[in-house]
Write a protein that binds this ligand. Structure first.
Ligand code: NAD
Length: 523
């Protein structure tokens, strides 16, 4: 029987799942030295956060097929080293959803009924009944920002409290909203209507500071705001000012810009309830995480497909080697498209050509989908669930083949978004990806580093002006290609630059009416 090491203490139920398929060695106090010495014996290892699965450990693990984290974050695992060695890394992202949703409900009640300060008052020997007049949740409007795994569970629970729910999540479909019986709205509308507002989005460049001074100012005077997602989504300094000035407004936080929270002025306020990042900490979540990852390990040992793989496409290593350049091409084309349009696409059409013809393109399509889905989701989608997640989010997908024999390896990707469309064609030359057209304009460029894609009116002086403005911002042009369909019409310029085309430079360029769009890309 294959051997599996359980290197941290996990719930007994997880151990039970594995008993029939593996010889389980339960050593929750194993030292780093012992781990290095013995790892070679194992085909699977399960950890929580104490045991570090470092590059050194992975290098010695000649028989290891799977590293499982009985929880969510994988900071204690060198995922890149595992990928290089062909070892899968899995986790249990779904294990904490209900637990976190319940914590959000707990904070909601603690604030609406002033439970935390009432408790402190009674313990201080007081009986201040009139001070703690509360607010019923029934018939109040709950605004949910982000309706993924946790947001949806909060919605379900709030229905039992007879709350009306509105949601802001630009990436979910009308059908998904209908299924949960919620109304989709804009962020601005949600902020103004919500009596209680709860945040369940990942921390991304788009969501950092999503709720700052301007948004807080628009909230109702008695509104409650909750953050059990990630610190930084609410600007903490702005929140403190708002709560200090408007004592009827309340906040419940489990996560902070810096953790642990020390010396924060928030701790001096009565209208805030703070918990030390414990929203996911329940025995049930730990049990579920142990069962989920034990099943994943069992699947891999039985040569079945796991579902929560973080690090590699599910193809055998021979196919992976053959398709490797296509994976790189798919990733680059996807990155350019997602950075020049939006992750919020409604359709993705892919045409393959060259060596891949006649073979399954499934892994490549999934690789491309990952590029569009990962910027908006907390956990990376993987090659197993990418198609299902895309469908759930209303992304239409078509895959086709071309018999164009001009190129050994060819891909064309077309996306539809906001009633617009964009396409890009790429090939593989000397094992490296190359872009050969953007929106039907021919180019010939290796996609790498900082790039710019600019559409403009093909008139004398425009190219010079673009060069001058970039120069003013000390952005050096390393390579430039222009394409046009007709003289004096719309043209496209693709640039490779030595540093990022910063937002101010983009704004300056767009002041010229002959320059239509400017997209900065970083690969
Ligand atoms: P998820 O990926 O299932 O859902 C995230 C949702 O946010 C998706 O529906 C996505 O479409 C939406 N979204 C993305 N960008 C958005 C934007 N700019 N505006 C509005 N919506 C946007 O994630 P999840 O598992 O539900 O986790 C939600 C949050 O909870 C994450 O930040 C996660 O890190 C956090 N979390 C916290 C704890 C804790 O201990 N406090 C535990 C687990 C998860």
């Amino acid at each position: 029987m294959p051997k599996v090491l359980i290197a941290d203490s996990i719930n007994e139920k997880g151990v039970e799942v594995l008993k029939d398929s593996a010889e389980v060695v339960n050593n929750p106090t194993i030292t780093p030295e012992e781990l290095l010495e013995t790892i070679n014996e194992y085909e699977g290892i399960i950890v929580r956060s104490r045991t570090k699965v470092t590059k050194e450990v992975i290098e010695k693990a000649e028989n290891l097929k799977i590293i499982a984290r009985a929880g969510v974050g994988v900071d204690n695992i060198d995922v890149n080293a595992a990928t290089d060695k062909g070892i899968m890394v899995v986790n249990a992202p779904q294990s904490t959803s209900i637990t976190v949703a319940e914590h959000a409900m707990g904070l909601m009640l603690a604030l609406s009924r002033k439970i935390a300060i009432a408790d402190a008052s009674v313990k201080a020997g007081k009986w201040e009944k009139s001070k703690f007049m509360g607010m019923e949740l029934r018939n109040k409007t709950l605004g949910v920002i982000g309706m993924g795994r946790i947001g949806s569970q909060v919605v379900k629970r709030s229905k039992a409290f007879e709350m009306d729910v509105i949601v802001y999540d630009p990436y979910i479909t009308e059908e998904a909203a209908k299924e949960l019986g919620v109304e989709i709205t804009t962020l601005d509308d949600l902020i103004q209507k919500a009596d209680v507002m709860t945040i369940h989005v990942p921390l991304t460049p788009e969501t950092k500071g999503l709720i700052s001074k301007e948004q807080l100012a628009k909230m109702k005077d008695h509104a409650i705001i909750l953050n059990c997602a990630r610190g930084g989504i609410i600007n903490e300094a702005d929140l403190y000012e708002a709560l200090k000035e408007r004592p009827d407004m309340k906040a419940g936080l489990d996560v902070y810009e810096e953790e642990p929270l020390t010396d924060s002025p928030l701790t001096t306020l009565d209208n805030v309830v703070l918990t030390p990042h414990i929203a996911a900490s329940t025995k049930e979540a730990q049990r579920d995480a142990a069962i989920i990852v034990a099943k994943e390990v069992k699947n891999v040992l039985n040569k079945q497909t796991p579902t929560n793989v973080l690090n590699m496409p599910i193809v055998d290593s021979e196919t992976f080697q053959q398709l490797k350049p296509y994976f790189k091409l798919a990733d680059k084309l996807g990155q350019i498209l997602v950075q020049t349009t939006t992750p919020n696409i409604t359709e993705l059409n892919i045409v393959y050509g060259g060596e891949v013809s006649g073979r399954s393109k499934e892994p490549l399509t999934r690789e491309l989908l990952k590029v569009f889905l990962n910027p908006i989701l907390t956990e990376p989608v993987n090659s197993v669930n990418a198609k299902a997640v895309a469908k759930q989010r209303g992304i239409g997908l078509t895959e086709g083949e071309t018999d164009n024999e001009k190129y050994d390896a060819y891909m064309k990707v077309n996306v539809k978004y906001d009633d617009k469309e964009m396409n890009i064609e790429g090939i593989i030359e000397n094992k490296e990806p190359k872009i050969i057209s953007i929106d039907q304009y021919s180019v010939n460029m290796t996609p790498e580093g900082y790039m710019g894609i600019i559409s403009y009116m093909d008139l004398p002086g425009t190219i010079g002006k673009i060069g001058k403005i970039l120069g003013d911002y000390e952005i050096n042009i390393a390579e430039m290609q222009v394409g046009r369909k007709e003289v004096g019409g719309e043209a496209v310029m693709v640039l490779k630059v030595d540093s990022e085309i910063v937002e101010d430079a983009v704004c300056e360029l767009l002041k010229d009416e002959k320059i239509y769009t400017v997209k900065a890309v970083k690969l």
